[in-house]
Design a protein around this ligand. Structure first.
Ligand SMILES: Cc1cc2nc3c(=O)[nH]c(=O)nc-3n(C[C@H](O)[C@H](O)[C@H](O)COP(=O)(O)OP(=O)(O)OC[C@H]3O[C@@H](n4cnc5c(N)ncnc54)[C@H](O)[C@@H]3O)c2cc1C
Length: 408
């Protein structure tokens, strides 16, 4: 049997290795536009590759039907992944948080070992082959890449991902192919991405980084709250808490809802206690400028903007500020509102939401329900994971199921 795999990312590679290990008679050709395999694996986790997570459930995924992932996560849980890693010689470093990295701390070891495993199994790797099209004639698939036709495939896996990080040759060819074979897809959107906000303060907060509570409000209703780093930028906000909250924020934005973030700079203190603290500070240093006192509480970049938002002159002394103004300062620090107007786009996103509708895919084999012999795995499907190794884990798990199915 002859198999083509379009996309040598995590899902395509593990599908090829799994299939060939279970059935040595298969001929597997794997195509990728890049010079080498696994470019996104290399880019992941800032080059360290947050490869998986020890605690995974469908709750870590977003899509039209997140429970679609349950069978794959049951069949290929973290233990199964760890076992697979051992077979290619990859040792893992499991952090207390549950995040998993290669023990070498380098994504390069992951791609090197995967490359060796593919070569040992005589899987044909066609790098620098840009796939333009897929056809099916008389039950055989034809892959068109680099203007050439590769023929006679019995089965094909589309593991070409989606458009996040186009600088790594990411494309949405998978959606074109899916449509051609009668599939529908949910619109794609950047996920795990920085957010542009209406308030940019002329870049004056750029570089301010603080652990905050970030609450997401959609059309005025509370949706989600996340604690973590917030980084102010020239365009708006980024940082881990923002990347995490971006998943729901962007989805709401794509539906033209009103999206607002409320940042709590002092999540450990309630708003009344914060007002009391500010009042005590002002009482102790009555003749100092309020802005200089506030620097002891928040960043020196935040203090003048805080006063400005609360309509207090920058030169106002502490003893000139009344209790109403103190409450307003505390309230602003407790609930700093930012209106989200856009994202930093696919080129800055770690993943893509949307994709091929999972209702048209068999969740046990990842074969298309519409076209026999056609399979989909990984990010090309309408499943996107939270930050923390969940996207790569879904790519491994779905690719593994495809590989098992190919071997039969
Ligand atoms: C900067 C960054 C950091 C990330 N960090 C993490 C992390 O730490 N942990 C985590 O879990 N996830 C992370 N992710 C997400 C994760 O890398 C992806 O979700 C995952 O790699 C998807 O795997 P995949 O196999 O579905 O597709 P991909 O890895 O996207 O593989 C698809 C392959 O198809 C190829 N391709 C596309 N179109 C064509 C075409 N027309 N012809 C030929 N080849 C084509 C591409 O070159 C690519 O190699 C990160 C992503 C980015 C961009």
């Amino acid at each position: 049997m002859k198999i083509a795999i379009i996309g040598a990312g995590a899902s395509g590679i593990i599908a090829a290795i799994t299939a060939k290990r279970l059935n040595k008679d298969l001929q597997i050709d794997i195509f990728d536009a890049n010079k080498s395999i696994g470019k996104k694996i290399l880019a992941s986790g800032n080059g360290r590759c947050n490869i998986s997570n020890t605690t995974i459930s469908s709750k870590n995924y977003i899509g039209e039907n997140p429970s679609f992932v349950e069978f794959a996560l049951k069949e290929f849980d973290f233990k199964a992944f760890e076992k697979f890693c051992k077979t290619i010689g990859l040792m893992l470093d499991i952090k207390e948080s549950g995040k998993v990295y290669p023990l070498s701390n380098e994504a390069k070891s992951v791609t090197n070992l995967l490359q060796l495993a593919l070569e040992e199994l005589d899987i044909n790797i066609f790098c620098e082959h840009f796939v333009q099209n897929l056809d099916k004639k008389e039950n055989k698939f034809i892959v068109k890449a680099n203007e050439k036709e590769f023929k006679n495939y019995d089965k094909v896996l589309i593991s070409s991902g989606l458009g996040a990080a186009p600088q790594l040759n990411a494309t949405e060819i998978g959606l074109d192919i899916a449509s051609k074979f009668g599939h529908s897809f949910n619109p794609t959107y950047p996920s795990l991405v920085g957010l542009q906000t209406q308030e940019t303060y002329n870049g004056k907060l750029q570089g301010v980084k603080k652990e905050c509570n970030v609450a997401l409000y959609v059309n005025g209703n509370f949706e989600q709250e996340i604690f973590g780093d917030v980084l102010f930028t020239s365009y708006g906000v980024s940082g881990f808490a923002i990347l995490d909250i971006s998943q729901r924020a962007v989805l709401s934005l794509s539906q033209y809802f009103d999206v607002e973030l409320r940042i709590n700079f002092s999540p450990k203190i309630n708003v009344n206690d914060l007002a009391n603290q500010i009042q005590t500070l002002f009482k102790n240093l009555p003749t100092k400028r309020a802005v200089d006192i506030l620097i002891g509480l928040v960043s020196n970049k935040i203090a003048p903007i805080l006063l400005n938002i609360c309509k207090i002159d920058i030169n106002t002394k502490a003893n000139e500020i009344n209790i109403k103004q103190i409450k307003s300062l505390a309230h602003q620090l407790n609930s700093w509102k930012l209106k989200v107007i856009d994202t930093q786009g696919f080129s800055h996103a770690e993943a893509s939401g949307g994709g091929v509708k999972t209702s048209e895919i068999d969740n046990r084999t990842y074969e298309s329900k519409l076209c026999k012999g056609l399979y989909f795995a990984g990010e090309v499907l309408d499943i996107v994971g939270n930050r923390g190794g969940y996207n790569l884990h879904f790519a491994w798990a779905s690719g593994y199921l495809v590989g098992k199915s190919f071997s039969k």
